[in-house]
Write a protein that binds this ligand. Sequence first.
Ligand code: PAF
Length: 281
Amino acid sequence: MIQANDKDALRVVMRGYQANGETTAFVPTLGNLHDGHLSLVRKAQDVADRVVVSIFINPTQFDRAEDLAAYPRTMEADLSLLKKENVDLVFLPQAEEMYPKGNATRVEVDGISEILEGDSRPGHFSGVATIVAKLFNLVRPDISIFGEKDYQQLMLIRRMQQDLDFGIEIISAPTAREPSGLAMSSRNNYLDEAQRNEIAPGLYAELCKIRDSIQSGERDYPALQAQSAENLNRKGFRTDYIEVRNANDLSLAQSNDQELVILVSAWLGKARLIDNLTVTL
Ligand code: PAF
């Protein structure tokens, strides 16, 4: 596994792959890797000759709801996991190289950045869009893989790729879950054992409950949402939102929509957990 610690080193290796006619799939990460990330890496291996992973704790996407200083830094363990997965190239840039003094350009994806996660975490999606655009320009992969767990982020990246013509195919990978149903996430590390095993799985259970009600014909989405928020709060969560939306554009779900997504964000102790479930009628 090759480690590129700066942009020049990355470009040299990428040029080599391109000169050999090899296709590349790129998985951007914030590090603190778990099985969810590894499932993205495996998907990347299925679709391209070479797999490139970046580990960069991007300061511009953190807000008060998620503390940059508290984000776990586990570089040694991350590198050893990626090596075991036979990743070809890891890009490990420093913040000063990605955001040099005087940098002033940000990528804004209107509309989708302002609702749900964007409403709860102002500036978050501008930080995500900016770093992903920069990484796309540096790595220039054929394909990039994103997890469906961050549903809104995935939609934002697809929108940005279409609008800015990166010419990169965006592929999504299903949410990896623990046997309890809890979606895998770096944020689960902020939970204590009882929260993780006993309460946190209730988030996915609530999504399944809403899905089942919808599949049984319920169409009063505001009532379903209100009831679910109450259920979650009773179990020990502090619900930020739980909403049924149109799966294609995240507009408020209408009773005749056929493709829906239920999105939830809730605090449990120090962790702000997110999850989602799609429903096709
Ligand atoms: O989903 C993430 O881990 C991050 O938002 C990403 C896409 C790596 C950008 O920093």
